[in-house]
Design a protein around this ligand. Structure first.
Ligand code: 5GP
Ligand code: MN
Length: 338
């Protein structure tokens, strides 16, 4: 953060404020960890802060300290609109365009409070008075740690805040294995453990709480995996019927796409997931090295994200979406071939 942004934040937080903190729709560990940690810090420091999430968190995040106080916009839109209209300040965390909040976008774009963005995705939109954007960061949770360090002190990070921040860093770095994990990330994580984050318990809470039907669904996804060796690409699909047959719950398919990338020689993996309720195919895209799935998702799927992890959607049927995907690949042959 530069010194003028730090000054601006000091000014905005100089007196007690009504503050709303927003993660993106379909929140992940980084989105919920960062918003909950910041919310706790602000409440401890005399502000009235509240996390309003566009929709429900998956089951594996609901244990996070403070999660019970999250207001869910899709369930309490009217009350949430009042909070948003009454807010002096609105933090948006782990996303950089208001469209990432789904139905909340309209309400947020009418809000009169000042926005502060903390985010590590590429190409931030220009809606905040303070934009703390750093695409080299492992996670928004790591950025919240640096944000507190810059504006105040990290000594106020208690066990609950440390648990939230550790969770987001762990989930966004694939348990500290992605290229975005730096020596500074490890220093931050080390401090979070000192502050009370129980790393083994957090890992278990996130990764070892599967239902049998979810593992069976993973089996279906792996059976549906197709390899396109000439493009070093893998794609996986899951139809609505396959989801229904396995009592699909939100978050169940998180991480499935990574199995594609675990194949030797593969640098591009995509999962197509049919969503009949929204009439879309939701896609998660992952890559290794320089192949930018952010560009790919922006160009073809109205999406975005990071160089190596992005998302998007298609309005066509599952079959047509896959056929179109395969037809696009030749354009990228020079970037994908070995
Ligand atoms: P996931 O595939 O895990 O849903 O998302 C991977 C990354 O891409 C995350 O950083 C997420 O924020 C971003 N992302 C996922 N879906 C979309 C989308 O529809 N639009 C944009 N701009 N980013 C997305
Ligand atoms: Mn993130």
């Amino acid at each position: 953060m530069n010194s003028s942004d730090i000054k601006a934040v000091h000014k905005l937080l100089a007196t007690p404020k009504s503050i709303v903190i927003v993660p993106h729709k379909n929140p992940d560990g980084d989105a919920m960890g960062s918003t909950l940690a910041l919310c706790r810090y602000l409440n401890i420091n005399g502000h009235k802060a509240l996390v309003i999430a566009p929709n429900e968190s998956p089951h594996f995040l609901k244990w996070l300290p403070g999660h019970e106080d999250v207001m869910v916009y899709s369930a309490f839109a009217k009350a949430a609109d009042e909070k948003i209209m009454g807010a002096d300040l609105i933090f948006t965390l782990d996303f950089n365009d208001l469209s990432r909040t789904g139905e909340m976008e309209e309400s947020l774009s009418k809000a009169e409070g000042d926005f502060i963005m903390i985010d590590h995705h590429q190409q931030p939109s220009d809606y905040a008075v303070v934009t703390y954007s750093d695409t080299t960061m492992s996670s928004t949770c790591e950025m919240v740690y640096h944000f507190l360090d810059a504006i105040d002190t990290t000594s106020q990070i208690d066990a609950a805040m440390a648990t939230c921040l550790y969770t987001g860093i762990m989930t966004d770095t694939g348990s500290f294995r992605f290229r975005s994990t730096t020596s500074i990330t490890h220093k931050v994580v080390s401090q979070l453990i000192v502050s009370g984050a129980d790393n083994a318990a957090i890992h278990e809470n996130i990764y070892d709480t599967n239902r049998f039907s979810k593992l069976q669904l993973l089996g279906v996804a792996l059976k549906n995996l197709h390899i396109l060796p000439e493009y070093r690409t893998v794609y996986i699909s899951l139809s609505q019927k396959e989801l229904d047959d396995h009592q699909f719950q939100k978050g169940d398919t998180e991480g499935f796409v990574n199995y594609g990338l675990s194949l030797e020689g593969i640098i591009f993996a995509v999962i197509f997931i049919e969503n009949k309720a929204d009439n879309i195919i939701k896609m998660s895209l992952r890559s290794k090295g320089d192949f930018s799935v952010n560009n790919f998702a922006r160009t073809h799927y109205n999406g975005g994200g990071h160089t190596n992890a992005a998302g998007g959607k298609s309005d066509m049927s599952l079959r047509k979406t896959i056929a179109e995907f395969i037809s696009i690949l030749p354009e990228y042959k020079s970037q994908l071939e070995g």
